[in-house]
Design a protein around this ligand. Structure first.
Ligand code: MN
Length: 301
């Protein structure tokens, strides 16, 4: 992932409707579509990274990501189908099943491994999101939470809240800036009117089928940038549409990202990379992952 020190153009003050095509980074396993960060949209609230993986039939129990570090962020892993074993340097060993969400807070430093635990032919489908920690939280201790998120019917859509509060549904996952994340299963051919917090900025990624907002149709692989100051969203789905709504209070901080780190200065990132490669106690160790340890690449000069 490239360094991002230059701020992107300032976001529009009001509502927008812009489709931002994502990227398809190459990994060993199935398809991944990366819709955040985007050159034209680095953050939605504090959401700074969004990968959508699958749906892909598993080739069996392998296909994991071995021990690697994080700083300055939270990872949010939401599974629609399949299962993943999470292990981290806090000693956590947690299976995430479909319909469950993991929240891992890196703070000053953590390391973890994520290993698929699927039978051959099981379909793996989900998202991994990162939340940039604000200054007051990014130097804090690491933490891990596992949640079964609340689900309800919101104007005919099945809403599952994986971050914050939406339409009265609340998940008690710890957040450090106002944030919302909602998985929505839409009903084919019907319009849904969904409530939004007008103090937030919002974006939408499509996980299956297609969704239309006003005259704008979106499919998996792109981010629909909704801008700011919307108090509701009118959306229609087709082909069994499932979408992920992301929003939050604008994070007015000079967030930079490189590799698995979210930080403010190049020195911080270089120091974290050196520390990880030297097995610094800052990051601890992960026990039991069958996947190989992942070293940090050279920090760009
Ligand atoms: Mn990770």
């Amino acid at each position: 992932m490239p360094l991002r020190f230059k701020p992107p153009p300032p976001p529009a003050a009001g509502p927008t409707l812009v489709v931002l095509p994502g990227r398809v980074p190459q990994f060993g396993g199935g398809t991944i579509r990366r819709v955040l960060p985007h050159p034209k949209r680095r953050l939605i609230g504090a959401w700074c990274f969004a990968d959508h993986f699958g749906p892909t039939p598993s080739g069996g129990p392998t296909g994991g990501v071995g021990p690697h570090p994080h700083i300055g962020l939270q990872t949010v892993t939401w599974l629609i189908s399949g299962q993943t074993r999470h292990r981290d340097s806090l000693g956590t060993n947690q299976l995430i099943r479909a319909g469950e969400v993991n929240w891992m807070t890196a703070g000053h430093g953590i390391c973890h491994a994520e290993d698929g635990e699927n039978s051959s032919g099981d379909v793996v489908h989900g998202v991994q999101l990162w939340v940039a920690l604000p200054e007051h939280a990014r130097h804090g201790p690491p933490q891990f939470e596992h949640h079964t998120p609340p689900t309800g019917l919101v104007d005919g859509a099945v809403a599952t809240v994986i971050a914050g509060t939406f339409a009265g549904l609340h998940i008690p996952a710890t957040v450090h800036s106002p944030l919302v994340g909602v998985d929505l299963v839409l009903t084919d051919g019907r319009a849904h009117t969904l409530p939004l917090d007008p103090t937030f900025e919002h974006g939408l990624m499509v996980l299956s089928g297609a969704a239309t907002v006003e005259d704008c149709k979106v499919s998996p692989g792109s981010l629909l940038d909704l801008g700011r100051r919307r108090s509701s969203l009118n959306i229609r789905g087709e082909d069994g549409a499932r979408v992920m709504l992301l929003g939050g209070a604008p994070l007015d901080e000079p967030v930079a990202m490189w590799w698995n780190f979210v930080f403010r200065t190049a020195d911080e990132a270089a120091e974290a990379a050196r520390g990880w490669n030297a097995h610094s106690p800052r990051f601890g160790t992960v026990e039991g992952s069958p996947s190989p340890w992942i070293g940090a690449p050279d920090f760009p000069a």
